[in-house]
Design a protein around this ligand. Structure first.
Ligand code: NAD
Length: 263
């Protein structure tokens, strides 16, 4: 299927590794030029080099901390200065810490809100006026199944991710007539560095091995395995494409059947 996005420009935030990196690679395969960001310069440059040397696209790596308003503005401004416009925005970020529900301080809550909610608000606020000017845009928010079904030990995610869905649904109604779609993806358990560290932490706290803890986790997934970053990226690329032109305001899980709700 020709997705019809070759030559377009994207911003993929938090893309030095994991799901964000897989999305960046998927877009590069479709011929999309893009800015990618992360906090760690070495990892970011390595990923940018890896993508540019494998695909015929231009990658603009920008060191940015998504919890900082000025860094988000800088990311969007630099993208426009380099490429002239922004067609596709994928709002990925790091995940909040896991732990007992009552263990988190006000600071933990504020940081998680800045990382997972306010970064999305700020990115949308910067990019939507540009997309309106073009009468075309695709925004894909990387969220979590925690937005559909609370996950044990993840109160920050369980509480803050649904707010991103509220944001996306509201904005999607307001910009639909401008040919801009906004959709959210809810990954289930996806084997990335983040999941490895979550499983290790859980294993330590339950005095169990990493392998047994991971096996417990996968046994609760109907497909009986974790997902890959590419399996999440495949949906993100489709939603970012011309072919997904009549899908907006949707919240779609990529979770091997983990979510038990009907919708
Ligand atoms: P990861 O930890 O493997 O990668 C996170 C990326 O975010 C890295 O590139 C890192 O450099 C970047 N990053 C972190 N904090 C940042 C910040 N403040 N500013 C800029 N960049 C920052 O994570 P992942 O597993 O790829 O997950 C990506 C997102 O999807 C996270 O929000 C995570 O919570 C969510 N998610 C992951 C899973 C999973 O099972 N892996 C499941 C549901 C949701």
């Amino acid at each position: 299927m020709n997705l019809g996005i070759a030559g377009k420009t994207a911003i993929v935030s938090a893309a030095s590794r994991g799901i964000g990196k897989a999305v960046a690679i998927g877009l590069a395969k479709e011929g999309v030029n893009m800015a990618i960001c992360a906090r760690n310069e070495a990892g970011l440059l390595e990923t940018a080099h890896e993508i540019e040397s494998s695909y015929s696209v231009k990658i603009l790596p920008i060191v940015a901390d998504l919890v900082k308003a000025n860094d988000v503005k800088f990311l969007v401004q630099e993208t426009v200065d380099r490429f002239g416009w922004v067609d596709i925005l994928v709002t990925n970020s790091g995940g909040p810490p896991t732990g007992p529900s009552l263990s988190f301080s006000d600071q933990d809550w504020e940081y998680a809100m800045m990382l997972n909610l306010l970064s999305t608000v700020r990115l949308c606020r910067e990019v939507i006026p540009i997309m309106k000017g073009q009468n075309w845009g695709r925004i894909v928010n990387m969220v979590s199944v925690a937005a559909k079904q609370p996950l044990e030990g993840m109160i920050l995610s369980n509480s803050i991710r649904p707010a991103v869905i509220g944001l996306a649904k509201t904005l999607s109604q307001e910009v639909a007539a401008d040919n801009i779609t906004i959709n959210s993806i809810c990954p289930g358990w996806i084997l990335t560095d983040r999941l490895v560290s979550i499983v290790k932490k859980k294993a330590e706290s339950h005095n169990k091995s990493y392998e047994n803890t991971l096996a417990d986790l996968t046994s609760g997934i109907p497909i009986k395995r974790c997902g890959t970053p590419e399996e999440v990226a495949n949906l993100a690329i489709f939603l970012a494409s011309e072919k997904a032109s009549y899908i907006t305001g949707a919240t779609i899980q990529v979770d091997g059947g983990l979510t038990k709700g009907l919708l």
